[in-house]
Ligand binder design. Structure first.
Ligand code: SF4
Length: 285
């Protein structure tokens, strides 16, 4: 069960995405998955390269569209463990509507976002998770005039059944939350604070260490309480790590489709007879 391949990532030295890659590989191995039972589908951005760095089926899709492709893969072969992945710009900018609908649809997919609060691949523009006032010498020297989106808050508002966060510096916790997300039967989001050491000089490893609260340190925190989850996320401006919310009562989308079989579609004989094919053509002529 080795999810490593021989492709060398071309991320900058120190990029937080290395830890996310290692955590995904370890979590998959520890959950007992096999590479041929797994698919990693990614969007565009530095983090979008991850589908090429994991020994599994992979699909490097287009900007903001990892989730539609991942849902198609899951519907065609429900036996696969499907991981969608990308960055905050990819997932919460151009891909935000896909994310919100995937969250409420609840197909059994794990979405792992490497959130560095910036567009790294295009050299440092503000992203949807960049803070108001965030300064970058090239794109926003006077400070970001937009307000930041808080991923966990959006996920909870969309009706998600599982949401967790991690930090690239705490790989043990990251492996644990990714494993919990993979084992959750339904759509899950793991938003990972994954610093861009090249273009984001504000949200650094040290900045996160000073500002993140580990939910394990909050006495009486109940991961099954959506109201508490939302109020805690809001009280910490989203900067919490650990499992934020989990609801095991919501059935996965695949289990609710009328007539959708346990046997994956890829294994079914879907060939039409010549007669049925002619009828189909006639119907659409
Ligand atoms: Fe990572 Fe930033 Fe380099 Fe991209 S530009 S690889 S996000 S450090």
């Amino acid at each position: 069960k080795d999810f490593r391949n021989n492709v060398r990532p071309n991320w900058c030295p120190g990029c937080g995405d290395f830890s996310v890659q290692a955590a995904i590989q370890r979590a998959l191995a520890e959950t007992g998955k096999e590479p041929e039972e797994t698919a990693v589908i990614s969007g565009i951005g530095c983090s979008g390269r991850i589908s090429g760095y994991i020994n599994s089926y992979g699909f490097h899709t287009i900007h903001g569209r990892s989730l539609p492709v991942a849902q198609g893969v899951k519907l065609a072969n429900r036996d696969l463990t499907v991981i969608a992945s990308g960055g905050d710009g990819d997932g919460f900018g151009i891909g935000l509507h896909h994310f919100m609908h995937a969250a409420r649809r609840n197909m059994d997919i794990t979405y792992i976002v490497m959130d560095n609060n910036i567009y790294g691949l295009t050299k440092g523009q503000t992203s949807p998770t960049s803070a108001h006032g965030f300064k970058n010498p090239k794109s926003t020297p006077e400070g970001n005039i937009e307000n930041a989106l808080t991923p966990a808050q959006v996920a909870l508002a969309a009706g998600i059944g599982f949401v967790a966060q991690g930090f690239s510096s705490d790989i043990k916790q990251l492996v644990d939350v990714i494993k919990a997300a993979i084992n959750h039967k339904g759509f899950s989001l793991v938003n990972v604070y994954s610093p861009c050491v090249t273009y984001n000089k504000v949200n650094t490893y040290d900045w996160y260490k000073e500002n993140i609260t580990n939910l394990d340190t909050i006495e009486g925190y109940d991961t099954s309480n959506r109201i508490q989850a939302m109020s805690t996320v809001m009280a910490h401006q989203g900067l919490v790590t650990g499992v934020i919310y989990q609801n095991n009562e919501i059935k996965a989308y695949e289990d609710l489709i009328p007539g959708y079989k346990e046997e994956p579609i890829v294994n079914q004989d879907l060939a039409l007879s010549e007669e049925d094919f002619a009828k189909l053509i006639k119907a659409y002529a």
